[in-house]
Design a protein around this ligand. Structure first.
Ligand code: HXC
Length: 525
């Protein structure tokens, strides 16, 4: 059969076929072998090696591999590398279709010109039309200087698509090299940013500009490395030690999220086991002002080893991440008493609000674990706009229509009680442990305000205060008043938590909540 096919092809076709093979071979090393070596010498993988690590074996289909730029000037007409510094295509990750682009630093430093941008836009459009995630692997010097405004236009076209696709298909940015200038705003518009610990950095204005404007000396990595963005700015969601690990984390992240806003979240078909719940009640210390690790409660509730935390080093007083319950993906949000006593500050509000919006867009139920003494007091917080930031969290919880379940573990005080997925913001099922304290404020603070005069005139104010505190705790520092009023649906024992949440999720699986017709609300961003 093969012979026959060859026979019927005119002989000059051979050279035509060879030409294509040759072009393809050239496109694999379009920046030159020396540039590939230099990339490796920097401890970096090439754009193609990264794709090979990310995508299921033999599943990647490249398109636009023969695209070249059409520019002249700056000697550009003599330098038209095949592919123009970005590889685009589609393939599968764990059998699920994804679309991706991977910038090739060996070609013009991965810089973005008109043709390069058009390729990225093409793959984003395909992902959008087909309802599949789009993953960008970024390693670029930014706007291609030789192409001037045309490269800026290219960025604009990408940003526009990022926004149109937001909440429709998941968008993930993997930063494995430089990402500088306005170029940072495409990743910033995507849902998740992953960075590599050693060789990725992101900043709007680089060290030289910083030096010129403010006189500060700073390196690339001090200004915008993974440490900064995972612990201070909150820009980055996950950091991998190596490029391989960063790409593995990308695959793991994808395993929790659906392909688009109309799809169901993926289910794990693997073995589902849980960590023993026997000692769950022992996690909480006897003294109500002693901290404990909320992650232990999350980990003993969800399927074993399924908790995948995001932004774990930033705004540590608020935990966000994905997990699975009986194999199904869920979003998890919790106060962390180990940091700032679990109080909500501006960053914690931003972190949780954004995560809620992602879960709501992509049909992931949200489970909230509450232990919150209130909003963080302080001049800095007030002046930084805790009013505005805290409102984002209220808005996001209220707006979300996916199934919402909360468990009050210990403190739920004041405005923070309301904001942390209370019944009043539309939470579907509210649980509380017997250790829950639901009140306007903590016992000591409340008694000092209520009984100020009596304490002033008392001969033994400490003993009197202690009596008042005991009375207050008996009256308010428990979940039963809230349960009597129906603000808590059920008081449960710690070891019942997993079963009760599972049953509630099952009950809510067909939840439908209509929102009033409007263009969009005005979130206090
Ligand atoms: C054209 C570029 C380039 C760019 C790098 N190259 N950036 N070519 N346009 N923006 C080329 C270099 O000339 C070099 O070409 C090759 O890529 C590798 O660059 P090196 O500097 O040798 O590599 P390295 O030492 O690793 O440094 C990488 C770098 C540095 C940190 C990214 O190149 C750099 O600072 N580039 C400029 C970054 C920048 O300021 N970009 C513009 C940002 S403004 P040869 O031929 O010598 O190998 C922006 C606006 C976007 O992006 C606005 C959107 C709204």
């Amino acid at each position: 059969m093969q012979e026959r096919a060859n026979n019927i092809v005119p002989s000059d076709s051979d050279s035509k076929f060879r030409k294509l093979t040759l072009l393809r071979e050239k496109s694999k090393v379009s920046g030159g072998k020396d540039k590939i070596l230099s990339q490796h010498n920097k401890g970096k993988l090439t754009a193609r090696e990264r794709i090979d690590l990310l995508i299921d074996e033999d599943s990647f289909v490249e398109i636009d591999e023969l695209v070249i730029h059409q520019k002249s000037g700056f000697n550009m007409q003599k330098n038209r590398p095949i592919g123009d510094g970005v590889i685009i295509g589609y393939g599968t990750i764990s059998g699920r279709q994804v679309f991706l682009y991977s910038q090739d630093f060996t070609v013009f430093g991965g810089s973005l010109g008109n043709a390069h941008a058009k390729k990225i836009c093409k793959i984003m459009d395909l992902a959008f039309k087909n309802g599949c995630p789009v993953i960008g692997i970024l390693d670029s010097g930014g706007a291609r200087i030789q192409e001037g405004i045309d490269s800026l236009a290219g960025y604009g076209d990408i940003f526009y698509r990022n926004v149109k696709a937001s909440g429709v298909i998941p968008q993930i940015s993997v930063i494995l090299g430089p990402c500088a200038g306005g170029a940072v705003y495409s990743p910033a518009l995507t849902d998740f940013i992953l960075m590599n610990q050693t060789n990725s950095f992101m900043f709007v204005t680089g060290p030289e500009v910083v030096k010129a404007v403010t006189g500060e000396d700073v390196t690339f990595y001090e200004l915008g490395g993974s440490d900064v963005h995972s612990s201070q700015s909150g820009v980055c969601h996950q950091v991998g030690e190596t490029e391989e690990e960063t790409l593995d984390l990308t695959k793991k992240l994808l395993s929790y999220i659906p392909s688009n806003n109309l799809d169901e979240p993926p289910s794990s078909t693997g073995k589902i086991s849980t960590i023993s719940l026997k000692n769950q009640s022992k996690i909480i210390p006897e003294k109500d002002n002693e901290p404990y690790d909320m992650k232990k409660i999350i980990e003993t509730t969800v399927d074993s080893e399924s908790f995948f935390e995001l932004q774990s080093n930033w705004a540590k007083n608020m935990i966000v991440g994905f997990g699975r319950l009986n194999g199904s993906s869920i979003g998890l949000i919790a106060n962390q008493p180990l940091f700032l006593g679990g109080a909500i500050d501006s960053h914690a509000s931003d972190k949780a609000a954004r995560f809620i919006r992602f879960c709501d867009s992509f049909n992931l139920p949200i489970i909230t674990f509450v232990d919150v003494p209130g909003f963080l007091p302080g001049i800095k917080q007030e002046h930084d706009g805790i009013i505005r930031h805290g409102a984002k969290l209220l808005y996001a919880y209220s707006e979300a229509t996916i199934p919402k379940i909360s468990v009050i573990i210990r403190k739920a005080y004041g405005g923070a009680y309301i904001v942390m997925s209370s019944k009043h913001l539309g939470c579907d099922i509210n649980f509380a442990w017997p250790t829950a304290e639901i009140a306007v404020m903590g016992a000591e603070g409340a008694c000092k305000i209520l009984y100020r005069q009596k304490l002033k005139t008392s001969e033994n104010p400490e003993a009197v205060l202690s009596d008042f505190i005991t009375d207050y705790k008996n009256e308010f520092s428990n979940p039963y008043k809230a349960a009597e009023l129906g603000y808590v649906d059920k008081v449960i024992l710690p070891e019942e938590t997993r079963r009760e949440i599972s049953a509630a999720l099952q009950m809510l699986q067909n939840k439908r909540e209509r929102t009033p017709s409007r263009k969009h609300g005005i979130m206090p961003v």
